[in-house]
Ligand binder design. Sequence first.
Ligand SMILES: Cc1cc2nc3c(=O)[nH]c(=O)nc-3n(C[C@H](O)[C@H](O)[C@H](O)COP(=O)(O)O)c2cc1C
Length: 404
Amino acid sequence: MTDALDRCLEPARINGLELRNRLIKAATFEGKTPNGVPGEALSRLHVRIGEGGVGMTTLAYCAAEADGRLHSDMMYMDEHIRPQLEALIGDIKATGARVSGQLGHCGNFTKNREFRGRRPLGPSPAINSFGVAAGMPFAGALTKPQIRDRVGVFANAARFMRSAGFDAIEIHFGHGYGISQFISPRTNRRTDEYGGSLHNRMRFALEVLDAVRATVGADFPLLGKISMSDGVRGGVSYADSVEIAALLEQGGLDVIICSGGTSSMNPMLLFRGASLLEGMLEQEKSAIMRFGLRLVGPKLFRDYPYEELYFLEQAKRIRERVSCGVCYIGGVCTAESLRTAMSEGFDFVEIGRALLFDPDLPKHLAADRDYVNGCTHCNRCATLIDAPGGIECVLRPDNFAVAD
Ligand SMILES: Cc1cc2nc3c(=O)[nH]c(=O)nc-3n(C[C@H](O)[C@H](O)[C@H](O)COP(=O)(O)O)c2cc1C
């Protein structure tokens, strides 16, 4: 009898790009780009992940422009980092892994003290609670010419990414970032053709996809990560997300990655497991932000116990609806879960925390058909993204340590 796990470990293609297997390291912003420049620590992590055998790894956060960053220690896609980025991508490719970059924009929320504009801009006026300590408590609405400009910003960033050697681009359509602020009725209250019906709220996302596709060409692999639910009242629902996926497929996306949640309003929907609150309080330097976190913490970090394959049932509805590639993400720690994802017809599986715990996961899977990863979903890694030196797996701090 054939084992579905074999399918997971066999080579697969995304729009002509061959991956040595169907396992992709998920975008996990690692906090290893001080002043927005990729260096040795980021290289160490992704080279190690590549050596462990994944088909592709994902560099995050690749902001479309300087003001698309949450803070100034994030990369933005521009010539000033070309030498470092090309070297990094080259080193990762030497391991046999492909390299994708998650292209995104923060839109209406940022705490970037180097912000060049007057205030962050999204679909509609909003409170930028994230930016209170940085003196930017409010976000404004983009005018139509500004929307056109932002579409162009994505296209320019994509052009740069292709020329810098990325094998693929993952556009971030989810988690409450800039594009999903347009998709979500909770944050998009526009009355023009960019607001209202789902088709109107998808207009910006589809314009970005169209512009990126036109720039990188028909043969370049494009993935997109969506939130199947915002997890907030008045936000995108699981039913909406099936239509969102269908529209993105029509728009020319090669692979849809089925995530969920909103970083700024319901992050635990996307992580599950232990609350991020305690770790974030430990890391937050601003007293005002700590006060705010204590106030909203219990409501913001809701209790979602961890379970394997926590997005499976919703993601299956998208799998049934579209014929482009579909990538499962969310709670994959065992060989059994990978078997299930493969049997349900997913083309790829993105894995975040389990690879931070065990970068050799693909090799271990090949050797052990009953593999169980030791990640405990303590989520401490996710609270370290702004810590000096960035993230680590607190259970295995030596995994990505840079030699002195
Ligand atoms: C440390 C850390 C940083 C993350 N940063 C990002 C990010 O930059 N972009 C993104 O789309 N998701 C990010 N995520 C979410 C993951 O991509 C993924 O959706 C989530 O961890 C669930 O997958 P898992 O159960 O395999 O970890 C991050 C997760 C972690 C743990």
